[in-house]
Design a protein around this ligand. Sequence first.
Ligand code: NAD
Ligand code: LMR
Length: 329
Amino acid sequence: MTRTPVNVTVTGAAGQIGYALLFRIASGQLLGADVPVKLRLLEIPQGLKAAEGTAMELDDCAFPLLRGIDITDDPNVGFAGANVALLVGARPRTKGMERGDLLEANGGIFKPQGAAINAHAADDIKVLVVGNPANTNALIAQAAAPDVPAERFTAMTRLDHNRALSQLAKKTGSSVADIKRLTIWGNHSATQYPDIFHAEVAGKNAAEIVNDEAWLSDTFIPTVAKRGAAIIEARGASSAASAANAAIDHVHTWVNGTAEGDWTSMGIPSDGSYGVPEGLISSFPVTCKDGKYEIVQGLEINDFSRGRIDASVQELAEERDAVRALGLI
Ligand code: NAD
Ligand code: LMR
């Protein structure tokens, strides 16, 4: 039987993450090796020509699963019938810009995109926000889409999760494949909290194996939380291939499920679990099955973790209050 193609919309398609992402989607790595896709590339007018060049290259790959590419600068066209939307395009912080200016500039992008998703996307739309500040941009888009179930709006903390896996594997002399049940809590920002207290390395508790609170506080947590800035410093541009890889992982896991006995981290609207105020888009440990996710319940949160989760959630609440004051939610 021929499957109906899944419509995947990518915003910021002409940017560096877009370039690292589109070929992997078209090759089947986002949704599965048997799932045909149609791509919609949404750009601003200045980005259209470069997006056309990328579309030419996608054609030249002759991907068997790629059933069409549309390019537009109109969100109402870009999200029409979208089943998956990857919101990558965002306004970067430039010199002299205050945090409030950044939130306002991104509100001008994510509010109309949320409204266009509300009006035109398919009923099963799943949204991943990558563009920073990702959690609060997701909140803005979600607030502008009242007819879409709130839980379909998610923000990317999978890159942080993958970064934490690699750092922990190095410290414990293990392979990332041996590590399970690691969690990123909170915001995709320097306040995020990578938590190894429930993680396992080859079946043993990671915190007990590490047994080094100074390493956790002074090395592991800051290395993971400030990795984005370290990459900008080293590369002169923010992470792109690893960010695209994490976006692929996030959606693939959401659609195809987490492995038995493991979980992942996603920025999702809080239901009040673990003391995170309802509605904030915060990172949690989640399991995925049949295209849905659930927060892992019942984890004991020690004092070390509690203070760090609370600090990141406090930052999310401040961002929410700032965009509320700007009339964006
Ligand atoms: P980039 O500047 O290379 O590309 C951004 C693209 O978005 C540009 O082509 C631009 O024209 C386009 N764009 C801007 N406004 C748009 C709009 N309204 N509609 C459609 N397209 C629009 O940036 P990049 O390196 O690809 O990064 C994109 C975003 O992802 C940034 O905000 C970056 O900070 C963020 N990021 C997030 C994570 C994460 O883990 N959540 C990781 C890395 C980067
Ligand atoms: C990252 O984590 O690599 C990015 O979010 C950094 C950035 O500010 O673009």
